[in-house]
Design a protein around this ligand. Structure first.
Ligand SMILES: Cc1cc2nc3c(=O)[nH]c(=O)nc-3n(C[C@H](O)[C@H](O)[C@H](O)COP(=O)(O)O)c2cc1C
Length: 155
């Protein structure tokens, strides 16, 4: 018999990034966040997906309830963004994301999915829907995986 599973939750938030407008510096700042987050999330068995659309960030974080809580507390204190607002925080039956930390910036190959999701007006009003953020993250993950030839595992 398998032991009782711990409570899985996901937390979806959005925020306003305070990153450099200089492209090279901005890329290296996103690289710094990625390195820190990947290491911590692997340790806490967190899976997550971060999307960056101009100066807005939206992230889905999945994992054991207390570990998601601890991770989110650290994230809200980070000076690299502000106005961090939770859209949804609930129990989930299973994880949807496969990486400890994956970030996709709007533009190039991701442009079509971001344009289709059209989150910007809702970000600006401060009312993005959790379901819309989740759907975009899921579509971007599917695209990324099919590029790697992994499109049969998660149907
Ligand atoms: C948009 C954004 C997303 C982040 N996502 C994560 C994350 O998923 N997990 C994580 O541990 N840290 C994440 N961080 C970094 C944390 O805010 C923090 O800097 C990092 O966990 C190190 O915390 P510490 O300095 O208290 O050790 C994120 C930061 C930003 C700005």
């Amino acid at each position: 018999m398998r032991g009782k599973r711990t409570t899985l939750v996901h937390l979806i938030y959005f925020s306003r990034l305070s990153l450099s407008s200089e492209p090279q510096l901005r890329t290296s700042q996103i690289g710094d966040i990625t390195r820190q987050a990947q290491k911590k999330n692997e340790f806490s068995v967190i899976t997550s997906f971060l999307m960056i659309d101009q100066n807005f960030a939206a992230q889905v974080i999945e994992g054991e309830r207390t570990l998601v809580h601890e991770t989110f507390n650290r994230i809200t204190e980070d000076q690299r963004h502000r106005d961090v607002l939770i859209c949804e925080w609930r129990e989930i039956p299973k994880r949807e994301f496969v990486s400890s930390f994956k970030v996709v910036v709007r533009g190039g190959p991701s442009e079509a999915q971001f344009a289709k999701a059209n989150l910007m007006p809702a970000f600006q009003r401060g009312t993005p829907k959790a379901s819309a953020i989740l759907a975009l993250a899921s579509a971007l993950q599917t695209d990324a995986m099919s590029k790697q030839g992994i499109d049969h595992l998660f149907i």
